[in-house]
Design a binder for this molecule. Structure first.
Ligand SMILES: Cc1cc2nc3c(=O)[nH]c(=O)nc-3n(C[C@H](O)[C@H](O)[C@H](O)COP(=O)(O)OP(=O)(O)OC[C@H]3O[C@@H](n4cnc5c(N)ncnc54)[C@H](O)[C@@H]3O)c2cc1C
Length: 329
């Protein structure tokens, strides 16, 4: 069967690509090893933070703002509530690059940002105990996306525009020769004029079939939900957050509709062999203690652990994103 475009991997990136391609009239096939959204890759766990004044560098701000515009469009088109404008509180030392970048990003792009010292942070959000050495940069216009529902919304719309979505089908072989793409699953072969590889943590092995050897390192990440006093941590009063501390880098979410406070660790994690199964939350002793340690220091009013999950980051050596286009050979 021949398509204009084949998208390998219909997760966060691929499902969005499939929607825009099919909407533009391209005959599009999306292929996924599982049935997205699912809990085997990088997109599960209910929520994701979207930040605008980007701490990883000003160069990402136009992309973040465009992404926000597209999420707002998706809400309108799908009729779903996908974004919660909780605001995002970024915490760190005044000298940290992350904090400096946030401040300069907000200045360059005129983004709303409130810079608060620790006393102001502790007063405004009594659920936080911030030591004097840190400041808070609060982005009131940023917030939280329901990440799995975003994929469901794009999936529904892509199908309405005629995209074919082949689930539970792993791509085993891939080649591009003489401007023709050939993609093989266990039992079927497809052809196309163009190809999108958005296979998340598995991208390295698929791209290597095209002679593209990228330094991608899949890493196991942990996150968990904790019971809280709703008066302190509910999503109408408490922001999403990103903390760069001497104990490590942590991020988290307010209790959304009484879900509990969700917290995860951004730095560290274990390199994964994708042929092995991903160790579940709790299989390593540090999984819970690591997150608890953060909460004890900075949000000591949080209560019991509810449950935790693991997920995968795909890391590059400099932690910058790889977004690129390969012209036909
Ligand atoms: C714990 C955690 C917290 C995060 N928090 C944030 C956050 O707050 N804000 C933020 O912006 N980002 C966050 N991220 C990152 C964000 O979730 C990811 O960047 C994003 O989900 C990656 O999307 P993707 O499409 O690359 O991968 P995925 O969504 O994992 O999609 C890849 C898809 O490819 C499929 N696939 C792989 N190999 C094959 C194959 N051979 N054949 C067919 N299909 C295949 C997989 O089944 C999968 O569905 C977080 C990630 C994690 C893990």
């Amino acid at each position: 069967m021949h398509y204009d475009v084949i998208v390998i991997g219909a997760g966060s990136m691929g499902m969005a690509a499939g929607y825009f391609l099919s909407k533009s009239g391209k005959k599009t096939l999306l292929i996924d090893s599982f049935n997205p959204p699912h809990n085997q890759g990088s997109h599960h766990g209910d929520t994701r933070i979207i930040r605008h004044a980007y701490g990883e560098g000003e160069k990402y701000v136009p992309l973040a703002l465009k992404a926000q515009e597209l999420w707002n469009d998706l809400e309108k088109i799908s009729g779903r509530q996908l974004f919660s404008p909780t605001g995002v509180l970024n915490v760190g030392s005044e000298e940290a690059d992350f904090i400096k970048n946030i401040i300069s990003s907000s200045k360059t792009y005129s983004l709303p940002l409130e810079i608060l010292d620790s006393i102001e942070v502790n007063k405004r959000w009594p659920g936080i105990t911030l030591p004097e050495k840190y400041i808070g940069c609060f982005e009131p216009a940023s917030g939280v996306l329901k990440c799995e529902e975003c994929i469901e919304a794009y999936r529904e719309l892509a199908e309405q525009h005629g995209a074919t979505i082949l689930t539970n089908s792993k791509v085993e072989e891939l080649s591009v020769y003489d401007k023709r793409v050939t993609v093989k699953t266990t039992d079927q072969t497809f052809y196309s004029d163009a190809l999108v590889v958005s296979a998340g943590a598995w991208s390295g092995s698929l791209l290597s079939m095209l002679g593209l050897n990228l330094p991608l390192n899949p890493v196991r990440k942990t996150f968990a939900w904790f019971d809280v006093n709703e008066d302190l941590y509910n999503h109408k009063d408490f922001p999403a957050f990103s903390f760069e501390t001497s104990q490590g880098q942590y991020y988290g979410f307010p209790s959304i509709d009484s879900s509990g406070l969700k917290v995860g660790r951004h730095d560290g994690g274990e390199t994964i062999n994708l042929n092995d199964s991903l160790l579940k939350f709790g299989e390593l002793d540090k999984d819970e203690t690591d997150l608890r340690n953060f909460l004890q220091h900075y949000m000591p009013s949080t209560k019991q652990f509810k449950y935790g999950k693991t997920c995968m980051y795909t890391m590059t050596p400099d932690e910058d994103f790889i977004i690129d286009l390969q012209k036909p050979l």
